[in-house]
Ligand binder design. Sequence first.
Ligand code: ZN
Length: 280
Amino acid sequence: MDLPELIKICKTEQRAFDYLLREVQKIKGIQCPSCGSPDYYLMNQTRLRCKRCRRDYSPFTNTPISGQKIPIVSLLLLIKLFELEVSARKACSQVDISYPTTLKAFELFRRSIASHLAREDILLKGEIEADESYFGGRRKGKRGRGAGHKTIVFGILERGGKVSVSILSNVKAESLLNETVKKVRRGSIVYTDKWCGYDSLMFCGYRHLSIDHQYKFKQGKVYINGIEGFWSFAKERLMKHHGISKEMFLYYIKEMEWRYNNREKVLFADLIHIILGADL
Ligand SMILES: [Zn+2]
């Protein structure tokens, strides 16, 4: 949805409500939480009344936004600002909602995205690039593999396709293989750097080719520039959030995966569906 359209919907709380009601209807249908009947009367602004058992209810019960105290107009604006990658710190003053409430809403959006991605059962195939990268931890210390208090993110990218990331506790062969086997179809070609953790890929049904970054970054088709492009994409964006907590980091990096995989798309409608349909 473009801005002029959103502005029309956000003219009144009623219009915003009607819009979200239509979206919920499309995604999961509407059912009375007491008796399950899909028939309702539209009551004042934000309530529905069941035609069968006459109970009043909100159409957003059982969606992640049911506990939100934010007016629907503001919620839609926050979703738009989130889509446009405005930080919670800046978005709160645009919408006149407190920072903690805005941050809570943004974290809800992120958790919805992660839960949506977890339900997608992707299997990457063909030419694959695999690599790990280290995030966070401002303190000085060991760099690269084995870096003390940094978070290890493992990334797998299908050339011409999607990227998929996960957080690992270490970069031992077993962890790297487990993740690869879960996400990459056997028979694919996997390109990595020279890290020995990848050596046993060839015993697991993959063709494994590696490039030694000490000497060269590319040899014919053997390179991992694709996944490295994703690391830059993610790091550049995560930099504006100062000090992401360890508990929340997974949701931020999954958001990056989702943004990268949809970088050519306008994301508002997808976001609305992901948030309303999330099972948190
Ligand atoms: Zn009912």
